[in-house]
Design a protein around this ligand. Structure first.
Ligand code: ACO
Length: 466
């Protein structure tokens, strides 16, 4: 998929080498009970937090934690990272198969069109974005992207609509142009209200909204970084790939081939990961036939929790705290004595080496080789990995997870630490939307039970007597 130059070939080879190592270390037999259709209702053992519960069947993706497998629509993550692009992978997740050339062209053109979310950004910038947590800002922006529905909510005759409150709150640096319905200019494009509001408040089945979100959330995220840096958002570049455009919109510079490729791989790696908390949250909201924008907002909210996203921020802080490879042993021994969990290691599902960490580790080495300022950070990380795996690998099945090297790579691309989790969301929109679309084909509203263990016979007493 990618045009091949020397840098691409080197990276492809690094990933294929990682794949060979993974294959040599893991059993290649699938687990039939986890990969075949079930007869509903299904009997399974359920733990607190729905652990072990089977909520649905899916063809989107498969994680096998014992073997260290991650598969999207049948394709191994190593092959996708080596040969594909985020655009192609997001199409694969949504549509179930790799696109033909013409399908790919049409899809990537639509994604490019949806990069431009000027109307949303106008609304967005009327909020104090620089004062919001980046994830809160991303969630807000996703909600504002829901414009078909927002305008419908006004419940007015679109032909006689007054200037809406939404429009009043638009940032004032670009004045309205004095039309009956205000038109605002954003960079080179003029944006007007949609001609007719959607009659359908759900919109969840609308694949176009998925494309809109996959592209638009990236633009929003980059705008958040810029606004927090006291700069205006940049207009997206139509001539760049999704990954290169994202980096361009963040840093204002077209990235190097190495940076573009590494960002692309990071986006592919984070695009889907089984029935995790944010995916489930997204699907729960969608199952009520709420719209896809609200559903993705729920996914962003769930991802914000420290038990889900954000360990890569902690990894960078930890590596900073350790300081140099010479301090690793002492730091590690103190951490063990304090019973401290080491960020970037261990995983709820993977009890083998996380395949995503296997892919990112050699990329971090490659990046560090071209950046002297990263050398010490990388060497410290490498030594910590060796020490943790030697101590805990065999014994406790604790290995590096995806977060261990991703922070280091993001840092090399000038991405601020508190933006690592929003970047995760930018990528995961593909998996979230794909799973929602699939689930809605046979939708059933989620409704687990709780076991009531409270009192059954409490007698009501008036407030004065309590
Ligand atoms: N460092 C040291 N010891 C660890 C670590 C770690 N990172 N992770 C687990 N352990 C130990 C625990 O102390 C426990 O030891 P014990 O049996 O002697 O008490 C044992 O391994 C099992 O630990 P649990 O917490 O039960 O393992 P679980 O699989 O539930 O936890 C989790 C997974 C939460 C990810 C955990 O490994 C952790 O906190 N890691 C650090 C944070 C992190 O990197 N999170 C990112 C995960 S990747 C992602 O979400 C995208």
């Amino acid at each position: 998929m990618q045009p091949q130059n020397e840098e691409h070939k080197t990276i492809t080879e690094l990933i294929m080498q990682a794949k060979r190592e993974a294959t040599a270390e893991t059993d290649t037999e699938p687990e039939p009970e986890l990969t075949s259709a079930v007869d509903w209702p299904v009997a399974c053992t359920v733990g607190p937090g729905l652990e072990g519960a089977i909520a649905c069947e899916t063809r989107v993706g498969y994680v096998n934690g014992k073997k260290g497998w991650l598969i999207y629509r049948g394709y191994d993550i190593f092959d996708l990272c080596a040969h594909s692009s985020y655009e192609e992978v997001s199409y694969l997740l949504l549509h179930g198969q790799l696109p033909s050339s013409s399908e790919f062209e049409e899809y990537s053109n639509r994604l490019r069109r949806y990069r431009d979310i000027g109307q949303t950004l106008r609304l967005f910038m009327s909020f104090p974005i620089e004062q919001l947590h980046p994830m809160a800002a991303l969630r807000l922006g996703t909600n504002l992207m829901r414009q078909k529905q927002t305008y419908r909510d006004l419940d007015v005759d679109p032909d006689h609509a007054p200037i809406a409150a939404d429009e009043d709150s638009i940032a004032m640096e670009t004045p309205p142009l004095g039309e009956k319905e205000a038109i605002y200019e954003f960079a080179s494009g003029a944006h007007t209200r949609p001609e007719k509001a959607s009659d359908d408040l759900t919109g969840s089945e609308d694949i176009d909204s998925c494309y809109h979100l996959i592209s638009g959330v990236a633009t929003l995220a980059a705008a958040i970084v810029r606004l927090r840096r006291g700069k205006f958002p940049l207009e997206p570049r139509q001539d760049l790939s999704h990954a290169a455009n994202l980096l361009y919109m963040i840093n204002g510079e077209v990235p190097s081939v190495l940076e573009e490729r590494i960002m692309d791989i990071n986006l592919i790696l984070h695009a889907d990961h089984g029935m995790n908390a944010s995916t489930f949250a997204t699907m729960v909201v969608a199952s009520t036939l709420s719209d896809i924008y609200f559903s993705i907002g729920a996914g962003i909210s769930a991802l914000n929790g420290p038990l889900h996203g954000g360990a890569n921020e902690e990894v960078i802080k930890t590596l900073g705290e350790i300081g140099s490879p010479d301090n690793v042993d002492h730091w590690f021994e103190t951490a063990v004595a304090d019973k401290r969990k080491i960020p970037g290691f261990g995983h709820r599902v993977y009890k083998a080496y996380d395949p995503r960490a296997r892919i990112l580790a050699p990329l971090a080495e490659r990046m560090a080789a071209s950046r002297p300022e990263l050398h010490q950070l990388y060497q410290t990380a490498k030594k910590l990995e060796q020490r943790v795996v030697a101590e805990y690998g065999e014994q406790k099945k604790i290995f590096p997870n995806v977060d261990f090297y991703s922070g280091l790579l993001y840092r090399a691309m000038s991405i601020p630490q508190n933006f690592f989790t929003p970047l995760f969301a930018v990528s995961r929109v593909a998996g979230w939307t794909a799973r929602v679309i699939e689930y809605l084909e046979h939708n059933r509203i989620f409704r687990p039970r709780a076991i009531y263990t409270g009192d059954l016979t409490a007698q009501y007493r008036s407030i004065e007597t309590r």
